[in-house]
Write a protein that binds this ligand. Structure first.
Ligand SMILES: [Fe+2]
Length: 177
């Protein structure tokens, strides 16, 4: 049997802060996927996936925006030391700054499962764009790749209703993410 992994969360947060990385995968095996994430200041989209999610706030504060089945936006506020559970399929947008850290535990994706990102116009709320991606190896950071495709596409960022263009939040120099 493999040695059971024991993780020092404080050490992981220091490693992320010093390296500039956004995500550190702790494990992805045995049906479980766990990672520590730093906030992304440009995060505005809603993530939809087939896994439930447990969030534990290690440091700082997260405003966990989510959408109810009738399209209403709600916010769950997590402070350091608090945790919550979210059922599968809930569109959610975890907004927290780069100096805040969260432990996220999901289940490993099964073959054929597709994760989605949905962006909405920040002026009028119209649906803007969907990016899809497969989480076969979370260490490849599929999330940053999906952001890049969206922000590189000005047409996708332009609202068909009111014409507002969501700014390219990744245009400024970024540290490795
Ligand atoms: Fe709009």
């Amino acid at each position: 049997m493999k040695q059971l992994p024991v993780v020092d969360l404080e050490a992981i947060t220091r490693e992320l802060a010093e390296s500039g990385m956004r995500v550190k995968v702790l494990w992805q095996e045995g049906g479980s996927l766990a990672f520590v994430a730093r906030g992304r200041e440009y995060r505005s989209e809603f993530h939809i996936n087939a896994s439930d999610e447990v969030t534990y706030m290690i440091k700082g504060r997260m405003d966990l925006h989510y959408r109810t089945p009738d399209g209403k936006e709600e916010i769950a506020v997590l402070h350091a030391g608090s945790t919550n559970w979210m059922p599968p399929g809930v569109p959610h947008s975890p907004r927290f700054p780069p100096d805040a850290f969260a432990l996220i535990v999901e289940r490993e994706r099964q073959a054929g499962e597709i994760d989605k990102f949905h962006w909405y116009c920040q002026s009028c709320g119209t649906f803007l764009h969907e990016e899809t991606f497969v989480v076969s190896d979370y260490r490849a950071d599929p999330v940053s790749q999906a952001y890049r495709r969206f922000f590189d596409n000005e047409q996708a960022r332009t609202c068909k209703t009111c014409g507002t263009v969501m700014p390219n939040a990744m245009a400024a120099p970024q540290t490795a993410s």
